[in-house]
Design a protein around this ligand. Sequence first.
Ligand SMILES: C[S@@+](CC[C@H](N)C(=O)[O-])C[C@H]1O[C@@H](n2cnc3c(N)ncnc32)[C@H](O)[C@@H]1O
Ligand SMILES: Nc1nc2[nH]cc(C(=O)O)c2c(=O)[nH]1
Ligand code: SF4
Ligand SMILES: [Mg+2]
Length: 236
Amino acid sequence: MPKIPVLEIFGPTIQGEGSVIGRKTMFVRTSGCDYRCSWCDSSFTWDGSAKDDIRLLEPEDIISELDALAPNKYQHVTISGGNPALIKNIGPLVETLNDRGIKTALETQGSKFQAWMTLIDDLTISPKPPSSGMKPNLPILDEVITQCVQDSLSLKVVIFDEDDYQFAKDIHNRYPSIPFYLQVGNPYLDDSVSNHTEKLLEKYEQLIDKVMNDTLNDIYVLPQLHTLLWSNKKGV
Ligand SMILES: C[S@@+](CC[C@H](N)C(=O)[O-])C[C@H]1O[C@@H](n2cnc3c(N)ncnc32)[C@H](O)[C@@H]1O
Ligand SMILES: Nc1nc2[nH]cc(C(=O)O)c2c(=O)[nH]1
Ligand code: SF4
Ligand SMILES: [Mg+2]
């Protein structure tokens, strides 16, 4: 069985983002990304700085580790990265979790599709706005979205500036029936920043004000709950 390149397994913690924010979950973080976002809060997954920590694991190894970390203390696993959608063989992991009655979530940016993505319960696609320095290929995003199970899907766009906000509106207009989340961008990636909670809440309030005074109506506006609590600390 081909193995999965894993950088982190942690939890239980709360899902800090998107449609299942607040949900108790475990995290499995894969290594490697096809993007290089300027503000990526998990750049160690692709910039080579953690290359010695990458482990090639079988689904059974991953589940044993989840069980050891949280015996009988989890019912939900979030797969993130990097971009887990680069990896063909995550299916057996999701199937084994499903067989055990454990729900799954995926964080990906919508640049790639894998068949196993149809097994995911909470699938978040997060197309990247201009401030990231990336330019999503929208015809490919259309294809990825079409192949996903629509009931499981939500869209999340990170907002740092006005251009990002306009991009988010364009994405929402392109896929009006998919639940749509705006997420406050976190510029404080060095977790030694002082008063991070205050600073992030201020940005959250600014984003709320903007949306309340706009015609963007069928929308959720969220912070990253875990960064409000713990800044950009790893493993939470
Ligand atoms: C680290 S990414 C991994 C999954 C996938 N590569 C993606 O970008 O969707 C997980 C989520 O964190 C978001 N994110 C990354 N850096 C961020 C930052 N500095 N502020 C706010 N959200 C950020 C991404 O947009 C994505 O929604
Ligand atoms: N608590 C917590 N919630 C998260 N939601 C998405 C995350 C990610 O890095 O994909 C993340 C994370 O790293 N931690
Ligand atoms: S797509 Fe996700 S993991 Fe990749 S660089 Fe961007 S935020 Fe980071
Ligand atoms: Mg994160």
